[in-house]
Design a protein around this ligand. Sequence first.
Ligand SMILES: *[C@@H]1O[C@H](CO)[C@@H](O)[C@H](O)[C@H]1NC(C)=O
Ligand SMILES: *[C@@H]1O[C@H](CO)[C@@H](O)[C@H](O)[C@H]1NC(C)=O
Ligand SMILES: *[C@@H]1O[C@H](CO)[C@@H](O)[C@H](O)[C@H]1NC(C)=O
Ligand SMILES: *[C@@H]1O[C@H](CO)[C@@H](O)[C@H](O)[C@H]1NC(C)=O
Ligand SMILES: *[C@@H]1O[C@H](CO)[C@@H](O)[C@H](O)[C@H]1NC(C)=O
Ligand SMILES: *[C@@H]1O[C@H](CO)[C@@H](O)[C@H](O)[C@H]1NC(C)=O
Ligand SMILES: *[C@@H]1O[C@H](CO)[C@@H](O)[C@H](O)[C@H]1NC(C)=O
Ligand SMILES: *[C@@H]1O[C@H](CO)[C@@H](O)[C@H](O)[C@H]1NC(C)=O
Ligand SMILES: *[C@@H]1O[C@H](CO)[C@@H](O)[C@H](O)[C@H]1NC(C)=O
Ligand SMILES: *[C@@H]1O[C@H](CO)[C@@H](O)[C@H](O)[C@H]1NC(C)=O
Length: 874
Amino acid sequence: MARSSSCFYMSRHLLFLYLSSQPISAQHNLSPFAKPLCLEDEMYALLQFKERYEINDDASGDPLAHPKTLSWNNSRDCCSWDGIECDENTGHVIVLDLGSSLLYGSIDNNSTLFQLAHLEKLNLSDNHFNDSRIPSRVGDLLRLTHLDFSASVFSGPVPSEIFKLTSLVYLDLSAPDTPTNLLEMKAPGLRSLVQNLTSLEVLHLGYVNISSEVPNTLANLSSLRRLNMDACDLHGEFPSAVFNLPKLRHLGVGSNKALTGRLPDFNSSSPLEELRLSGSSFSGELPSSFGILPSLSFLDVSDCNFSGSIPASFANLSNLECLDVSGNPFAAQSLSSLSWIWKKKKLATLDLRMINLYGEIPPSIGNCSRLVELSLLGNQLSGAVPSQLMNLTQLTNLYLRMNQLSGSIPSWLMNMTGLAELDLASNKFHGEVPSSISQLQNLQVLNLARNNFSGTVELDNFLKLKQLEVLHLSSNRLSCRASSVNVILPQLSVLGLASCNLSEFPAFLQKQEHMRSLDLSDNNIRGEVPPWVWNGSFDMQYLNLSRNFLTGLERYHPIKPLLMYTIDLSHNMLKGPPPEATSSILSYIVSNNSLTGPLPPWICNLSSAITLDLSSNGLTGVLPVCLGDISKSLMVLNLKGNNFHGSIPELLVRATQLTMIDMSDNQLQGNLPRSLAHCKMLEFLNFANNHIVDTFPSWLGSLPELHVLILRSNKFCGVIKRPKSSSTFRKLRILDLSSNAFLGKLPMEFFQSWNAMKSKTGNFTYMQRTLRPSLYLPFTYYGNYDFSMTVIYKGLKLYYPKISEVFTVIDLSNNLFKGEIPSVIGDLKGLQGLNLSSNFLTGHIPSSLCNLTALESLDLSRNNLSGQIPRNLQ
Ligand SMILES: *[C@@H]1O[C@H](CO)[C@@H](O)[C@H](O)[C@H]1NC(C)=O
Ligand SMILES: *[C@@H]1O[C@H](CO)[C@@H](O)[C@H](O)[C@H]1NC(C)=O
Ligand SMILES: *[C@@H]1O[C@H](CO)[C@@H](O)[C@H](O)[C@H]1NC(C)=O
Ligand SMILES: *[C@@H]1O[C@H](CO)[C@@H](O)[C@H](O)[C@H]1NC(C)=O
Ligand SMILES: *[C@@H]1O[C@H](CO)[C@@H](O)[C@H](O)[C@H]1NC(C)=O
Ligand SMILES: *[C@@H]1O[C@H](CO)[C@@H](O)[C@H](O)[C@H]1NC(C)=O
Ligand SMILES: *[C@@H]1O[C@H](CO)[C@@H](O)[C@H](O)[C@H]1NC(C)=O
Ligand SMILES: *[C@@H]1O[C@H](CO)[C@@H](O)[C@H](O)[C@H]1NC(C)=O
Ligand SMILES: *[C@@H]1O[C@H](CO)[C@@H](O)[C@H](O)[C@H]1NC(C)=O
Ligand SMILES: *[C@@H]1O[C@H](CO)[C@@H](O)[C@H](O)[C@H]1NC(C)=O
């Protein structure tokens, strides 16, 4: 049937209106020249579509979102409805634009939407389809040129029917972040898409889980203007021909860690304006041909693998507004060698963090007067901050953290009133923190931690900053004072006052309601933790009260917030049972207190824990079997220095992350759990001073990373049999089997396989674990967790709070070993301490011991050795 007559449609429409007994509005009495009205079957389809959705204010993210469908009713021509356009000739609905319309509800194949067969543009972006799958009937809308399903909470596979829509020029299935985009388009999805949708000009797939390589045929999409595939889990080599697509203006393939690639030489006719590769694994050098890209204004190649240096040709990029080259392994260069940067008059964002820059900040920085954001964080810059910086009157964000900058806080800084974020932490700044800092009324973030600032700080002064959210003064030589509670306070989310000479909890904490991170460690705060410290803790993710003189937690309830990640109450005087933590906890550290009682049952719920440290308390009872169930993500388990008894549960079968177990100084009995052999990442094992009865655990020899094995003062016994494999305990550097009842000959074959001990060089810095930072904090918090241990060295019992240097010791003293000292021991050239005393060894001292040139401590006393002491040992 020919569908060209608008009259035909009008008559059908009138019929519908008649049947539904609606008043015929004036609009319908139209002259024959008027535009056609919408078709009632399509109107009906639209109304049915509308009926299926709630209007929900949370369904759209755009503050300007409004419910377009609310105005839809059949008293008006549907072609005039909000979000609808019709074909001028046929009256068919050709555009349905419901972007940001607050729609909430699901969609499926039966949606009446698919009756709108003439649709050319369909926009459902920024609504909430409640994790629906994209209905495959979208593939019936063969006339579609524009399809926008972005940020609308779809999930599941992208139906292959979409690839039938060969007229598409615009396809957007992206979302702003992972939790809201659960769409996937596994192979051969991307390949089929690229093969069929050859007219695409805009392709946005950000955060769609594609998990495949990028087909070379992507470079055939010659009409592409915008391509975004951020965070699609792409891997393999990115086809470099894509960079030279003749119309491409915007390209983003960042946050694909496994995506490699190189940048080609660019062509001066390239219209490229924006390039984002941040957080992928592109490598090689930045081509100097970048300099010829006339339109390039936005370049973000941060956190890739680019090497070499930043090409001087960048000087020619006259339109550059944003330059982020941070976090690449460039060769060290002085900041002054990048003098061209300060001539970039349009530059608003400059991020040079962590790229090995040294030297001083040049005065010419003052030329870059449009800069809004400047980061030089994490370099080796030194000297004072030049006063020309005050010329940057637009500057809102200044990050100079982690350099070696010195000098005092300049007074002109207080004139930079536009500053919202000022981060000077971890430098060598000194002097007083001026009270005039309260002139920076727009400050939201102020980080002065880890410098040499001194003097007394009135916190009230900072609390005048109404926008302040993050205040960090920790680890200087400051004395902090807080008095007023009555002023209207800013609501802080991060407060760091570690080592600030506080003797009480600052009273203004009582009025804080959104605190996410609170660090009051290393002060002189005494007594009970008052309940109001917890009052505002609903959002608390990081709480550090360690190293004070706290005695209790008054009216303490388990830390309620769902996202509590780190709680550190160590080195206080807390009594009673361990304070309860909830299952979200990642790091639970209550060591060095006076906690008593058994491990409470809620311990079994801490299934996300990475660090559990309850060491050096007075805890008693047996270890619950459930420790095994929660050890899946555990890296550090430290129960040392308590009074636990009973056997060690078979706890660690799935514990493949565990790197450190310390159960020393308890009353534990029974065998070593054999399941330890599954913990492939174990580096450190300490069971000293218990009552463990077992033979030598040669079955631990296959652990590839084991560096430290301490079994001192237990009831281990028997002969150490020759190892089954010649490759055993290869990385061992510290072995302490002293004060047990081992028998027989010294384990010569083991000595031969201890490769690590044969080398003098090595590195124990990995023995420090980084606690997981609180993910959503404006500042990432890395607390360090150090592996500590006690060894007997040079006759002294030494406590090592950190194992940060190479340290290689064998202590087999006070056992029942007999026979000769095998000369192969001379192969262990890295050995610094060797203690074989108090055994029943006989024969000569082998001259090979003279080869142990690193040896600082040797004890062979209380044996039955005979003969001469080799000359070089004397
Ligand atoms: C239909 O919409 C118009 C305009 O939005 C409104 O004035 C009218 O009251 C609505 N009619 C019905 C029946 O909802
Ligand atoms: C779809 O709607 C959103 C929100 O209103 C808008 O930002 C976007 O540009 C629209 N998409 C298309 C293809 O017009
Ligand atoms: C959204 O999905 C949830 C879970 O499937 C369901 O309980 C809820 O009723 C859905 N809401 C709507 C409006 O469809
Ligand atoms: C779609 O409609 C048909 C017929 O009305 C019905 O049998 C079927 O269950 C519906 N499917 C869904 C997913 O609602
Ligand atoms: C829609 O129908 C097709 C077959 O017609 C089916 O394969 C698909 O699973 C259905 N559901 C969705 C959500 O696409
Ligand atoms: C590609 O498009 C053709 C024709 O429109 C269609 O028959 C074919 O199924 C599409 N391929 C895929 C993989 O969807
Ligand atoms: C300050 O900025 C202006 C441009 O706004 C520039 O002309 C002047 O040279 C700059 N002064 C310094 C000291 O960098
Ligand atoms: C700060 O600004 C005021 C007013 O503009 C000016 O008088 C003063 O000299 C400036 N201070 C510094 C240190 O530049
Ligand atoms: C020690 O090991 C760490 C981590 O593997 C590494 O980053 C560091 O460079 C090493 N230091 C030395 C001196 O080898
Ligand atoms: C010391 O080591 C060298 C080579 O490493 C070896 O040749 C020599 O025999 C050793 N000396 C003794 C006394 O074992």
